[in-house]
Design a binder for this molecule. Structure first.
Ligand code: MF3
Ligand code: CO
Ligand code: CO
Length: 296
């Protein structure tokens, strides 16, 4: 069958039957409703809703971030250092006309975060050598054409033991639990509630000090997105919101220590920690991942 575009044109009669042009009637009201919400969310919460070309820009940055993670994964093997991975990611980002957002961000000295085993997040790439059985989280944020996208994944180095397999599975499923709550009308708190319920039921714990965040025009924008909390708490989700969900899940207790370098966060009890992060866009009927990768 031949494709027929039955969308109403801007200059067609409005489908509501008013006799006015569509652009002067319901199309305009839709835009007006969108603008009203945009103003209200900025005034009330300092949240900048994104539409049209802005979403497209973040989506394009997001595709590059996912390709960068794929490239990194292919290079992970025992014997490589976290600084080697940093160099690969830095060069790949620049070659693709993007900027690595972490570099010099609030004094961060490298182009990505590499968090091994008991490191929860913000591990600074250096001369640590990856060993068989390690887990490593690679967190990439790229700025492309002025737009930020942020994603991370935890990978196995060589052959994982049972603890590594468990914490990586629970962290991945925690992100999925969070994603399942994203739709207009739900609240930020529903996301954290779903994650906490799932992770704690698996006997793991949810890190409190670091949370997901709005982004797109900047690295970190409002709102904050905790990975724990109560149903119905916090801002109501509306189309155009763009934020990360990035649960950090520990095999032991959630308490953490930040090292002397002021960045590296490790589990206080030395237990393994894993994380998965994506950049999400709230749509009319649910969500779209702007950094899509398989979580199954
Ligand atoms: N990418 C991290 C996040 O998910 C932030 C890293 S900040 C840095 O929010 F300075 F350490 F890069
Ligand atoms: Co983030
Ligand atoms: Co990140």
């Amino acid at each position: 069958m031949k494709f027929k575009n039955d969308k109403v044109g801007r200059n067609d009669p409005c489908p509501c039957g008013s006799g006015k042009k569509y652009k002067k009637c319901c199309l305009k009201n839709k835009d007006m409703a969108q603008d009203t919400l945009k103003d209200a969310y900025y005034k009330r919460y300092k949240i900048r809703l994104k539409h049209g070309k802005d979403i497209e820009g973040i989506r394009t940055a997001g595709r590059l971030v996912v390709k960068t993670l794929d490239m990194a994964e292919k290079n992970i093997q025992p014997g490589i250092t976290t600084d080697d991975i940093n160099t690969l990611i830095h060069d790949y980002t620049i070659e693709h006309h993007a900027i690595p957002a972490p570099l010099n961000y609030k004094g961060f000295p490298k182009s990505m975060c590499a968090s091994v085993n008991e490191v929860i997040c913000h591990g600074i790439p250096g001369d640590r050598v990856l060993r068989d059985g390690d887990i490593i989280n690679i967190d990439v944020t790229s700025i492309l054409d002025g737009y930020y996208a942020d994603a991370n994944k935890t990978f196995f180095v060589g052959t994982p033991g049972p603890d590594a397999i468990k914490i990586v599975r629970v962290a991945r499923e925690s992100l999925r639990a969070g994603l399942s709550m994203i739709k207009p009308g739900n609240h930020i708190g529903d996301i954290g509630y779903a994650i906490q319920q799932y992770a704690e039921n698996q006997g793991c714990s949810v890190v409190r000090e670091f949370v997901g965040h709005g982004l797109g025009f900047e690295f970190h924008e409002p709102p904050q997105v905790p990975h724990f909390g109560q149903r119905g708490e916090g801002v109501a989700l509306v189309p155009g919101m763009v934020f990360t969900i990035e649960p950090m899940i520990n095999l032991g207790q959630y308490k953490l220590i930040v090292l002397e370098d002021q960045w590296t966060a490790i589990t206080a009890d030395g237990s393994l920690s894993a994380q998965f992060e994506q950049t999400l866009h709230v749509t009319e009927d649910g969500y779209e991942s702007l950094t899509p990768y398989d979580l199954s």
